[in-house]
Write a protein of this length. Structure first.
Length: 66
C-alpha cells in the first residue's frame, strides 16, 4: 500500500490514464473500435487519472514529499 503513495506510482497512474484516453481517440478515429468501446477506454483512462489525483492529494495531506 505504501508504494501507491510514492511519486513514481502517482506519475505512472497519470501516464497510464493519459495513454488509455489517447488510445481511445486514436483507435476510434481509425475505426478499430466502436464508439461504445472508445467511451469505455476513455472512462478507464479517466479513472486512472482520477486515482492519480486522489493519491496526490492524500500525499499532500500527509505532509509527504516522496
Amino acid at each position: 500500500m505504501e508504494f501507491l503513495l510514492t511519486r513514481p506510482a502517482v506519475i505512472g497512474l497519470a501516464v497510464a490514464g493519459a495513454l488509455f484516453a489517447l488510445a481511445a481517440s486514436v483507435l476510434q478515429k481509425k475505426g478499430v473500435v466502436t464508439e461504445a468501446r472508445a467511451n469505455r477506454l476513455n472512462a478507464v483512462g479517466y479513472a486512472f487519472m482520477g486515482a492519480s489525483m486522489l493519491l496526490f492529494v492524500i500525499i499532500g495531506l500527509r505532509g509527504g514529499t516522496s
